[in-house]
Ligand binder design. Sequence first.
Ligand code: F6R
Length: 634
Amino acid sequence: MCGIVGVIGSREAAPLLLEGLRQLEYRGYDSSGLATINTQEDSSCGHLTCKRVKGKLGNLNALVEKEGSPGHLGIGHTRWATHGKPEECNAHPHRDVSGEVAVVQNGIIENHRSLRQALEKEGVEFSSETDTEVVPHLIARELKLLSKDGRQASGAMLLEAMHRVSPNLRGSYAIALIWAQTPDALVVAKRQAPLVIGLGEGEFLCASDTPALAGFTRTILPMEDGEIALLTPLGIELYDEKYKRQKRSPALLSGVEHVVDKRNFRHFMLKEIHEQSETAELWIARHLPTGLPLELPVALPFQDSFYEGIDQIQILACGTSRHAGLVGAYLLEQFAGIPTTVFYASEFRYAPPPLAPNTLTIGVTQSGETADTLAALAMEDARRQTCNDLKFISRQLGITNRPESSLSRQVSNILDIGAGLEIGVVATKTFLGQLLAFYGLTLAFAARHKRRSYEEINTLSDELKALPNQLREIIKQHDAISESLAHKFSETQDVIFLGRGINYPIALEGALKLKEISYIHAEGYPAGEMKHGPIALLDTKVPVISIAMPGVVFDKVLSNAQEAKARDAELIGIAPIGSETEIFDTLFPMPKVSEWISPLLSVIPMQLLSYHIAAHRGLDVDQPRNLAKSVTVE
Ligand code: F6R
């Protein structure tokens, strides 16, 4: 949610900030801005220039190109509105009354109302509706107090002002700030929102996420919660919450894809859908390599002790990741025999179930930054830590596409789904990666807990190995079908998705994808539930998309589809070709795979159909309205 970037060095800051922001645009894109400080020849003080615009980053590029924003020091921001509409006045950077202090922030200052009231009582006039604006005013007040104490303007003084203000800020935030009187100082602060420092050649940078740094350096220093830092042309000073100097060696950005490239595809989303056969191939190479023993045909990501003594599993996640968790829960319970419950992380935080013994808690988050998921995991860990009974010991696992994220710093066992950078705001290949992670865990638990025979475990493993080719074929075929079908949805306002058993979460995912990018109202239901209410919605204008994959509920789903057809609904089937599936007006033909692995394939037409419907409507598929790739606010 929002992206921040900062740079100090020997080059002009504005082009570097704009390039950094381009890489962060997936975090929010309703307005943007930057501020730079230019040194004045006749004084040690600089001049602060601030440019802000409503709308996409292209508008900021145009403004900076036209009017310029000189200086070797600067901060930038791309916004996903939380407090105040996406207008220029609410775009960051925000400044103090003198216009000398500029701040960008990612996160939420939860106590901003009381801070604002106190500042207003002191006579401060606010110029935005944002929570962030309290920060430059508070910093300016501290700077005034420090200079009254006889301090000379310096980077150390700006850092101290941030240190004094931090304890008054509640919530989660990453902040970068500059001051016209110190053209050689960039100060940053982090609490529960991501912030990474980059050590470039002749310059230091900071950003909310590594892609914004990757074009400049591969040497990074992720900040810890409560830390603040001073970046100058000479180096970095890092301090903890107690203002104690920290010494930490930088890390190297891992070799995964950090470059934003659409190749020949019209949108990132389409490219990422097509990349899923590769995602599966890479996963199989890592987790199901040839030559594994029959009794354990999966490479275990963790030591044996990780799987021991687990009697139940709870999964915490949001949105698409929760849908992956629902498929995972089906597999873990029905295949591996472990009772598994899935929670919305945002609900779990405030209404956790009573503590259950011998529980593994799994957090699923592609970004590794989702505030609700991180907070739910932390809360669960804390309540288990305070229990003296060993049965309630905390064991956690994080499933993510970003092993360098906040999740990885919070949870000790991490499963990296390795799907590569996903730029489209809606999740596609990371969903498939999350599903595969659950298949791996299911095989591991089934084998370790001896809940399935070797034959059953090896059959599932062999079926997974056939996946890349099957994916390649249906992506090609369904891409064409979806494209030709999209025009039929130009007037559609509601769509119903039906699935049962292991494919019920895929119906939910299909509905979510369609809502997110085409803005068509869609709902996913367990197929058997339709007659208990939603059937009242059906008529010729409400298409029904039904997932009917061979297995225990195949005939049941077809009967439920018949019920929809009898109400004149246009029927679209995700099913194998056969006489039973002739009831569908349109068929996305599926291979006759086992029910266990069917979600890995049935999700493809969901993604492609949503994509083509949205693209046909001329919508911004990669940056749908109101959404952001990582939701770092509660
Ligand atoms: C849907 C989507 C969102 C995310 C949700 C959780 O396409 O992307 O629903 O799944 O915001 O995000 P992560 O997985 O980063 O925790």
